[in-house]
Design a binder for this molecule. Structure first.
Ligand code: ATP
Ligand code: MG
Length: 238
């Protein structure tokens, strides 16, 4: 049996003056597992990810990362260097004066030299299709460009596990297809939250759903539909 890299046990959390958003939630991600998580808006998916990253402290329950119980902020700080976390809102991820600074920030934090961090950053930007964006100002990028730059910050860390919150929002079909290929080429465990069921089915081994503040196995209902491509022929079925 492989080890759990992320384990949440019996997590409950309520925002101030609200009912429980998470209610006795348990979850684990094992080494090499590729999980997709979906659920309605406001179900608590992002809240769960913030709890597992140590950005929100749960009212009840235990977070265990890489086998170590996260008992204090220091434990989370160390674990965070090993997890590539993509925020749902890219503006939460990009805060440096240039795109290169943002993407090099993680590797620098991990202790790489300025030269090595810059090399990692350039490589990650190339991977996501943003070569040449090094000197651009992050907050002036388009929505999709911001998402890709944020993804580059995550990939540049060469993390041991990926936790991605809505990685496809705002991406064009080409960028989304490239992201799917990037993910499929990566072997590390990952948890991807998305409303894009096609993307999840394409990139995840197993799907989970969030319901009533808990995680349940997702039900996939195969179906076909008619659609049009941006350029091309008549509507058709796949
Ligand atoms: N800081 C906050 N204070 C109060 N309520 C909050 C706060 N952040 C989130 N919420 C509420 O908690 C609930 C869960 O939010 P969360 O962002 O986790 O949902 P989600 O499943 O990620 O939704 P989406 O699919 O829209 O991203 C929502 O009802 C949201 O309005
Ligand atoms: Mg969310």
């Amino acid at each position: 049996m492989s080890h759990a890299v992320i384990e949440l046990s019996n997590i409950s959390y309520a925002f101030p003056d609200r009912d429980n958003t998470l209610d006795g939630l348990s979850f684990h991600l094992h080494e090499g597992e590729k999980l997709g998580l979906f659920g309605p808006n406001g179900a608590g998916k992002s809240t769960m990810l913030h709890i597992l990253m140590g950005l929100i402290t749960p009212d009840e329950g235990q977070v265990t990362l890489f086998g170590a119980p996260m008992t204090d902020a220091k434990a989370f700080e160390a674990a965070r260097l090993r997890i590539g976390f993509l925020f749902q809102h890219s503006d939460d991820q990009l805060f440096c004066p240039t795109v290169l600074d943002d993407v090099a920030f993680g590797p620098l934090n991990q202790g790489l030299s300025a030269e090595d961090a810059t090399e990692r950053a350039a490589e990650a930007l190339q991977t996501v299709g943003l070569a040449g964006f090094e000197d651009r100002i992050p907050h002036r990028l388009s929505g999709g460009e911001k998402k890709l730059a944020a993804l580059a910050t995550v990939l540049a860390m060469k993390p041991e596990v990926l936790v991605l919150d809505e990685p496809t929002t705002g991406l064009s079909p080409e960028a989304k297809a490239r992201l799917a290929e990037i993910l499929k080429g990566l072997n590390m465990a990952r948890l991807v939250v998305s409303h894009d069921m096609d993307f999840l089915s394409d990139t995840a081994d197993r799907l989970l759903a969030m319901r009533d503040g808990k995680i349940r196995p997702g039900e996939l209902k195969p179906h076909s539909h008619t659609h049009v491509h941006e350029e091309g022929d008549m509507p058709h079925e796949h």
